[in-house]
Design a protein around this ligand. Structure first.
Ligand code: F6R
Length: 247
């Protein structure tokens, strides 16, 4: 696994955005689509800001991009300000020229009995689009990628999961209290993520240093979903100095 350490999150985000732009442009030149797996949360914000800047100032077009987001909270509709649908539109999709029909997120509003079919259809659609070319990730303090909490092994695919207490308490400020944080979510599985041809995980800040060390230097294990990336043949971690401090 490759590890790149940058002075600031902005430097890392810029480097990744340049790589993504090159991929988008080379596929466009061949008349082909590119399939991106996308993440939400605080971590990818400077990366999305840079993509928006490249669209506005450098004419980078996203017309040939198909996206699949990692996850969505159960029970939140698209208009909820903490839903990942809302987040992605606020921070990326509303500012670029993605075709709305190329945007895919799991739905948090599917009736309980329909969730397995909804998840199976999400997996199938990824396959039908040719698989994910590049999966963007953050990492939670539980070691989760997507919402693959401890106990998620590398055979897991898109499904409904329970959120770990630490994950819910990290989300509590945004929801004005832990009691408002959903207890379940729909997430791509570890196997879905491992199926991407390339994976780029970003992490910033001292709060992530301990789990970053476990993911990169610890054993590959079911307690730390991100550790499975050690088995991926084209995965890299982009870190700022603080997140890399324990390595
Ligand atoms: C988001 C996701 C999560 C986050 C992780 C880190 O779609 O799947 O794995 O990447 O919880 O969140 P932040 O970036 O807010 O620290």
């Amino acid at each position: 696994m490759k590890v790149e350490v940058f002075e600031t999150p902005q430097d890392a985000a810029k480097s990744l955005a340049q790589e993504v732009a090159a991929l988008i442009r080379s596929r466009a030149a061949e008349g082909k689509n590119v399939v991106l797996g996308l993440a939400t949360g605080a971590t990818p914000l400077p990366f999305y800001a840079e993509l928006v800047r490249m669209h506005k100032e450098e004419g980078l077009s996203f017309a040939n991009v198909i996206s699949f987001n990692l996850d969505e909270y159960s029970g939140l509709d698209r208009a909820h300000p903490e839903s990942y649908w809302y987040f992605m539109h606020q921070n990326l999709f509303n500012h670029i020229d993605m075709k709305p029909e190329n945007i895919n997120l799991p739905s948090g509003m599917v009736a309980q009995e329909e969730i397995p079919a909804h998840c199976a259809a999400y997996e199938q659609k990824i396959k039908d689009c040719g698989g994910i070319d590049l999966q963007i990730l953050g990492i939670g303090r539980t070691g989760h990628i997507g919402f693959n909490e401890p106990g998620s092994d590398d055979t897991t695919i898109t499904r409904q999961v329970h959120l770990d207490d630490l994950t819910r308490s990290d989300a509590a400020p945004a929801f004005n209290g832990i009691e408002n944080v959903p207890t379940t979510a729909i997430t791509m599985g570890v196997a879905t993520i491992m199926g991407a041809r390339e994976v780029a995980l970003m992490a910033w800040g001292e709060k992530k240093a301990a789990i970053v060390k476990e993911a990169i230097e610890g054993p590959v294990c079911i307690e730390v979903a991100a550790s499975y990336l050690q088995n991926h043949n084209n995965a890299k971690f982009l870190l700022d100095k603080a997140a890399a401090a324990d390595l």
